[in-house]
Design a protein around this ligand. Structure first.
Ligand code: DAH
Length: 339
């Protein structure tokens, strides 16, 4: 019996050693360990073995079985590993190849300028607010001291939804909306899109953006206006920037002014950028008209304020020295990605 088992083991292990495929190994497994396999046959012959020898023979059979099983497993693992390695070698990934390029978008120059501008005013304690683009005539004109038939309405002709509702021509109506809430003091910045019936050219568009500012509190004077806007100019355009106020007229402010800054290109000497004058007009501003305060429910005896309106595109064009506003709207990425 012992010899038989040894012969079986030797033969099996040899076959296993020589096997080249998984299939062969599986066949060997069936051949020796299967139901009709050699070892099973031996076990069936146990009944002929003397009772006292059975445990010993049983142990020998088990040892043979274990030896064959272990050898099979080792060989199967080796084969599987080889197969995997072959597969990996075939499917090499060259990690040095350039990846698929994903075109990420980026901020529009208008948006970059707006965020810079907002940062300056947020630093001074301003809150950013928004108002509707489709606005009531009441907020866009009436409450801002521009009554029906006022010539300013002509200048700011726009798209009317009906007699009372229009596309706002300025961000100033947001002033009225915030004042109306009655929460004092006010320190707000309202950026947004505005509309006018304008022909498109290098400096005009029927739709553009403004940034409105408003401060209302006790004892606000023109000095506050000047100090605030001068601070804005130096922070936004550079520390050398000087400002100049020219008298102007806006229905909703009194007195009103336009603010110029020294040309940041030539420093005030005069160049192409400032058309030789050394100054660049940057915004409209003024002390909030008492009539406007009153119309919005604020007592002009107790409170005063200043306001300003900045043309966002104008500031963007200046900041990036772009000479045609249309470039900002054409969405040509070759142009836009420069900023
Ligand atoms: N709303 C004015 C415009 O569109 C700009 C402006 C001027 C706004 C003076 C103001 C201001 O708040 O005080 O032309």
């Amino acid at each position: 019996m012992k010899e038989r088992l040894e012969a079986i083991q030797k033969e099996a292990l040899e076959k296993i050693q020589n096997a080249k495929t998984m299939e062969t190994l599986n066949e060997i497994k069936v051949e020796y360990l299967g139901k009709k396999g050699e070892l099973t046959q031996v076990l069936k012959g146990m009944k002929d073995v003397a009772a006292e020898d059975r445990p010993k023979v049983g142990q020998m059979v088990n040892e043979t079985r274990t030896a064959i099983e272990e050898s099979l497993e080792r060989e199967m693992n080796l084969l599987a590993k080889a197969k995997q390695e072959e597969k990996l070698a075939k499917e090499v990934i060259d990690v040095t190849l350039p990846g698929t390029k994903i075109n990420t978008g980026h901020k529009h120059p208008n948006q970059i300028a707006l965020e810079d501008l907002e940062r300056v005013f947020i630093g001074m304690g301003y809150e950013i607010v928004e108002g509707p683009e489709v606005e009531y005539d009441k907020y866009n004109f009436e409450l801002l001291n521009i009554p029906a038939n006022h010539p300013a309405k002509d200048e700011q002709d726009t798209f009317y939804i009906n007699k009372e509702i229009l596309l706002r021509t300025q961000t100033s109506p947001v002033q009225a909306r915030v004042m109306e809430t009655g929460k004092m003091p006010i320190r707000m910045l309202a950026p947004g899109r505005v509309f006018r019936s304008d022909e498109v050219d290098a400096t005009h568009s029927p739709s553009f953006h403004q940034v409105e500012g408003l401060v209302v509190d006790k004892n606000i004077t023109f000095s506050d206006l000047k100090g605030t806007l001068a601070q804005f100019a130096t922070e936004f355009f550079g520390p050398e920037t000087k400002v100049k106020f020219r008298p102007h007229h806006f229905p909703f402010t009194e007195p009103s002014a336009e603010m110029d800054i020294t040309c940041f290109k030539c420093g005030g000497k005069g160049c192409r950028m400032c058309k030789g004058s050394g100054w660049i007009e940057i915004l409209g501003c003024g002390m909030v008209h008492p009539k406007v305060l009153k119309a919005c429910g604020i007592d002009p005896e107790e409170y005063s304020g200043f306001a300003f309106g900045i043309g966002l595109e104008r500031v963007t064009l200046l900041k990036y020295e772009i000479d045609d506003m249309r470039l900002l709207y054409e969405n040509d990425t070759r142009f836009l990605k420069q900023f």
